[in-house]
Design a protein around this ligand. Sequence first.
Ligand code: PLP
Length: 883
Amino acid sequence: MQLTLLATRTAARPYRFATQCATVDNPDPQHKDQYGSSSVPIYQTATFKGMGGAYDYTRSGNPTRSHLEHHIAKISNARHAFAVTSGMGALDVIFRLLKPGDEIIAGNDLYGGSNRLIGYLKTHGGITTHHVDTTDPSTLVPLLQDPSRKVAMVLLESPTNPLLQIADLETIARLVRTHRPEALVVVDNTMMSPYLCRPLELGCDVVYDSGTKYLSGHHDLMAGVITCDRDDVAKGIAFTINSIGNGLSPFDAFLLLRGVKTLSLRIDKQQANSVLIAQYLDQLGFKVNYPGLPSHRGKAVHDRIASGPGAVLSFETGDVAMSERIVGSARLWGISVSFGCINFSHVSRTKLSCFKFYKRNLPEDLIRLCVGIEDPQDLVDDLEAALLEAGAVRVVDEAGARATLERVRPDGGDMKAVELKSVGGQERVKAGRPALERVMTSAPGKVILFGEHAVVHGVTAIAGAIDLRCYCLAEARSDGQISLDLPDLGYSQSWDLSTLPWHLVDPALTSSSCLKTGPKPDQAPSTELLTLLANQFVHQDQLKAVQAAQAFLYLYMHLAAAQGAGAPRPAAQSFTVRSGLPISAGLGSSAAFSVAVSSALLYSHGVLPLPSSSSSGDAKGGIDRAHADLVNAHAFLAEKVIHGTPSGIDNTVATLGGAVAFRRAVKGREGRLDVIEPQEGRGIRFLLTDTKVARDTKTLVAGVARRKLEEPDTINPLFDSIQRISDSAHSLLTSSTVDRAAQLAELAQLVDQNHAHLVSLGVGHAALEAVRSTTRGEPWGLATKLTGAGGGGCAVTVVPDDFSDDSLASLRSALASSGFETYSTTVGGRGFGVVAVPPSSAEVDEAEGGAERSKVPERRRFDECAGEELARWAEGVEGWVRA
Ligand code: PLP
């Protein structure tokens, strides 16, 4: 049954781009290979025997070329595709659709080769071209509207090469359709490839690519491809190719087909590298042309018509001689023409992470960078060394691994100082390492003691931290990967840092002020980045884990981007998160996850200094309140990624510990959040019982809201009474004068009353009543209420100080015999905690022949042990400091 369903789902959904690229299949039966070869064979033949077959002469058609053309049409979402011997060959074929006397409107920043051909058309073909500024679509209108002009073609490029100017292809195609329906809109899509932009889908008529670039990706062939949807245009193109004989040769068609299979893979990596490099140069104060930068003119248009900024950028130094020195000083970056290739690390001339240095028609100091697939750190390091050697930047301050670089402006103007984590030379600290090698954090879950459900309608709720915790272990690694392991959810995944979509990082989250005070409370996560991240998860069916991983990656990426002043220098790390809390039981496990992960990121990256463990003994906790607030602000953003619109209570309790009294803002009245400080050693014992009855929180909340509308006279007095209960509990929990036994007795009464009200609101359940009747019964006599909005099916029981351990054990086994799971906990304890984890005994033994023994428990146990043993393992690490 499951298999059938899966098959239907797959059939209904078209494959995504990467899959389409990698699967070369031509449904035409005549292309079925007789041996079932998995790679398309090379039909290296000029002629075919016999008459009336599918092929007779390779100038007119060849099976290898047909396969390639079918594949290009498929990934371009086009009806027709053609493969010819070069990009310029493709444009030449397209130009032959024109007649003498026709006119072309073209951009004024076209690829030089296109301009050369346009010049030839003018002298030899009687075809005139009008160059306009295509970054502004309105510049085309007078020409399109002028009846005396025989405009038959509009030729566009976006982004242009090398200034990366953006033309709004969609708007221009619409204008041409309106004013000159007979004119063809032709787009040179070489800079984007069909992966990043498909102009036919934007209303353009003919698209061509220099296949020499991204489609091939290896600088080992010359090719051009043309796509279109119109049958009449396709007919004209096919006629020309057959007439002049510039169809792609079988061997090059084979090579190009092979290259295309990895198109998206290569561009993802090249583009991610480009983003890092563009940000690096931008932050040093150079004028950088790249649509991946928020400041780029036309970025909004580009983001609408394309799905990524590509892997070509250019920058200006302000001085021709300086530009020459930079280009001359680089080692890894070669000097070359063309772009789109991955790299050949040890072959010099054709390296693709290369500069192109322009001397004519363009700013003379302009340097174009075509970025390859090398390790981005090596590229930045090499560029940085070249900039230093060329005198374009200088070091103004160096402290340990950090250095501050300053741009040297040739015009003597203001200089910009940028702090970098590392700087050139032999002593350079291996980049991409977190400030702390191994750090563990923990954060408590919470229970709602009073006010659930009523809180939605403006009544105060009281939530307290419990001593069941979530633990996060962050460890440095050196392989350029970031990984997340969630053993409790059976989830594990790692990502190559250089392929993360860095260009979608939200600038609002990477400012230095954001590093100091955290994301603003109203900051919403970027849906664009979340959608893209969602596609990166292999186990899409594990919703909870995927949401947690999304929140993790979201925080990680922004922190890495905010930190690397010169360029994001993401640290390769492994994160393992364990939950000592039941998950999805309404006990704040997701908030504990968010706080544990946020704090692990902030400490391991050195954004927050590790507090000294000697300060942990004082009653107020050993973590600065400002530091805790920074952790909380990040955790709140993570909670938004996981839940959409969280209240912020859970993460506040998980950060600060103690308890909070929280009242939502309702019409005409402000919200309020009072923090009740953790009471060291005076937490209140509670027994938590998980009935494991899954209930739908949303339905329960909606049911209460409906009853409030329909029966206000019954429900409003209940809310008033719950407000009084919360007020009493608040003063009870903050009073230092009340006798402890009396305090607990009064709390038990409030628990009973609140439970009765919840049942009257209609959110009770037989399983919860079964728990209550057990705990209230002989010989225990303890008060119990349901806790949370209902989804978790959990109950809390107040355990007085004089209730013996034996009694508690027998109560727990009585509940267990009904199939319930119990957790003994203390409410009101410390908030999140952090500890730097030294190497374990085994690791020290290995490294130092057992000279020094560490007291750290076996690392491996952290992944394996569960429940109370997990807490014992984690608490066994010495030096915890808690909020
Ligand atoms: N279009 C653009 C934007 C290019 O950069 C190039 C080559 O550099 C071409 C077209 C021409 O392609 P080819 O060299 O394959 O003829």
